[in-house]
Design a protein around this ligand. Structure first.
Ligand SMILES: C[S@@+](CC[C@H](N)C(=O)[O-])C[C@H]1O[C@@H](n2cnc3c(N)ncnc32)[C@H](O)[C@@H]1O
Length: 256
């Protein structure tokens, strides 16, 4: 028997999923090739455009995932590996991290960064699709995702996959940009994207690759909608925390 609250959540999730799909203009192949092209400058641009703050948000995300020494952690859409490295610190050498992405160029950057660390972090880098994770059910103790959810062509499927591969009691923390509720903060975010982000990317010949951020944010579910989607994917106790006046957010969801 379905409770009215759950029914309502499922209806909202379905509506959000349809909205997301109908607005979708980017295929998985295009997302993959965008990130392969961005790879050589990705880390430098992130540091420059956030003033290094993204490292703080990533630490908060790992802390919200509840990862602890000895855990097997998962970082999905790992890119050049920032979150996987922090997650590896949290699980320590008695644990292990598996990091997945479908951009082989960004994975090469991540492997290269890991090769320069001593001792080598306990991370396995894997090329794979967040929408069809190559793992058995109930495999991981904690999971993270940074700036990946917004880029998935099927967000509900990405959440269902995370839920499937997590063990019972495990938590996923998902960091991403977010459209603020306040119109003033929205204007500030548009100014930041149009005046700082796109011109900085243009210097590297990547105008189109970064101009996609604003439209992708417009069709990205709000924090409340993300909570609804997480519940529809099977998670319990989902919460969305906003950072930077709502310009950033972390969805934290636990599998009971
Ligand atoms: C903005 S980057 C974030 C990288 C890293 N997590 C960080 O926080 O710096 C988004 C990443 O998501 C990956 N991605 C997008 N869709 C994916 C999918 N379906 N499967 C695997 N990786 C995907 C891209 O290749 C890219 O590396």
């Amino acid at each position: 028997m379905t409770s009215p609250a759950l029914e309502q959540a499922l209806q909202a999730a379905h509506k959000t999923q349809q909205t997301h799909r109908s607005a979708e203009t980017v295929s998985p192949d295009r997302v993959q090739s965008i990130f392969n092209r961005i790879a050589p400058v990705y880390d430098d641009l992130n540091d420059r455009l956030s003033g290094g703050l993204h490292h703080v948000w990533k630490r908060m995300t790992v802390s919200w995932s509840g990862a602890k020494p000895g855990d097997h952690g998962l970082d999905v859409c790992c890119g050049s590996g920032d979150l996987a490295f922090v997650l590896a610190d949290a699980v320590s050498r008695s644990g292990h991290v598996t990091a997945v992405d479908f951009s082989c160029q960004l994975l090469d950057t991540a492997r290269d960064r890991a090769a320069h660390l001593f001792p080598a972090p306990p991370i396995t880098w894997l090329e794979g699709d967040a929408l069809a994770l190559p793992f058995a059910d109930d495999s991981f103790d904690a999971a993270t995702m940074g700036y990946g959810l917004r880029n998935l062509t099927d967000i509900p499927q990405g959440l269902r996959e995370l839920h499937r591969v997590l063990k019972s009691g495990a938590t996923v923390a998902i960091l991403d940009m977010h459209r603020p509720a306040s119109s003033w903060m929205r204007s500030l975010q548009d100014w930041y994207l149009n005046t700082l982000v796109v011109p900085a990317a243009t210097e590297f010949g990547l105008t189109d690759e970064y101009a996609y951020i604003a439209p992708s944010l417009d069709r990205f579910p709000t924090g409340d909608e993300q909570v609804t989607l997480a519940c529809a994917a099977g998670f319990d106790g989902a919460v969305h925390y906003t950072l930077m006046g709502g310009m950033m957010g972390v969805l934290v969801a636990t599998k009971i």
